[in-house]
Design a protein around this ligand. Structure first.
Ligand code: NDP
Length: 283
């Protein structure tokens, strides 16, 4: 039987709609949540991501501003702007769109975002809080995947979860969140031997690599929940995930599509974090 397709687009819309009462409550106290995006260089994909985040923020009632810099921007100029945004009471969330131009040290730039405004959850303070299981901002993609799993009613406790990809943005935070929910977690990467044998053990299989059709039907346990984080541009210009969707759909129990799966939830969770940051600023 074909898998149930998990609709990330409608869950993201519902997630954003659910913020309305919180945004209204902030408005009653004279506060409108504000998000500032830093976009350095003219990478076309980054430009699209920032545009989507800004549009979704505005539609939800979150004020947004984009701070654009040329590809040859100096680290000093970026850090100076971040210091201004950290001090700006109208800005509650700051996101630095990655990747940054090569001459910039992403670590140093991300470290310059105030942890209280780090709505992408990439500051060491927030990543440390996640590691220790304390409250903090959680990276949007990882948080979005957890919401998708919850929405689909996928049991996690005691189940085998396999994540392919170990980035700080996706794979590692997701592993920590799944551990918090008592899943048994395996992380695979480019040096993993016998990838297919490992993925076939997964009750929950998450692909976050950036290689189209890396996950084939033979790599999936029948009935598994397959979450596709990957975004790949095919030669014909279309978007595809890391999972061979058409074939895996026939084996999996649940599956997320690309587009329309994890992507919209990443944006929704960024907005959730921004509203939370605004609330915390007056609590
Ligand atoms: P990275 O390039 O930082 O990480 C990719 C990971 O995949 C690495 O851990 C790498 O291993 C691993 N990998 C590479 N090749 C293989 C292979 N053949 N077998 C197993 N593992 C492999 O990417 P990101 O985590 O930033 O992003 C991953 C994908 O998710 C991309 O397509 C990106 O566009 C997408 N993405 C989507 C988002 C969304 O909202 N939908 C948000 C963020 C990312 P190693 O560590 O050994 O190099």
């Amino acid at each position: 039987m074909a898998a149930t397709v998990i609709d990330g687009k409608s869950l993201a819309a519902a997630t954003r709609a659910s913020l309305k009462s919180r945004i209204d409550a902030l408005a009653a106290r004279g506060l409108r949540p504000g998000l500032a995006a830093i976009l350095a260089g003219a990478d076309p994909a980054s430009r699209v991501y920032v545009r989507n985040k800004v549009r979704a923020s505005e539609e939800t009632g979150v004020r947004s501003e984009v701070h654009e810099f040329p590809a040859d921007v100096s680290e000093g100029a970026l850090l100076e702007r971040l210091a201004q945004l950290n001090a700006d009471p109208r800005v509650h969330g700051i996101l630095v769109q990655l990747p940054l131009p090569r001459q910039l040290a992403a670590d140093r730039v991300l470290a310059a975002v105030s942890p209280a405004k780090d709505v992408d959850g990439l500051h060491a303070v927030n990543l440390g809080a996640l590691l220790q299981g304390r409250p903090g901002f959680i990276p949007g993609t990882a948080a979005g995947v957890m919401r998708l799993l919850e929405h689909a009613g996928v049991p996690l406790a005691g189940r085998q979860a396999v994540i392919v990809g170990r980035s700080t943005i996706v794979g590692k935070p997701l592993a920590l969140l799944l551990l918090q929910k008592d899943a048994t977690v395996t992380i695979c990467h480019s040096k993993t031997r016998g990838l297919a044998a490992t993925t076939r053990q997964a009750d929950i299989l998450i692909a976050a690599v950036g290689r189209a059709k890396l996950i084939t039907a033979e790599m999936v346990k029948p009935g598994a929940c397959v979450i596709d984080v990957g975004v790949n541009r095919l030669p014909d210009g279309k978007l595809a995930g890391d999972v061979d969707f058409a074939a895996v759909k026939e084996v999996a129990g649940n599956i997320t599509p690309v587009p329309g799966g994890v992507g919209p939830m990443t944006v929704a969770m960024l907005i959730v974090n921004t509203v939370r940051a605004a609330e915390l600023s007056i609590e």
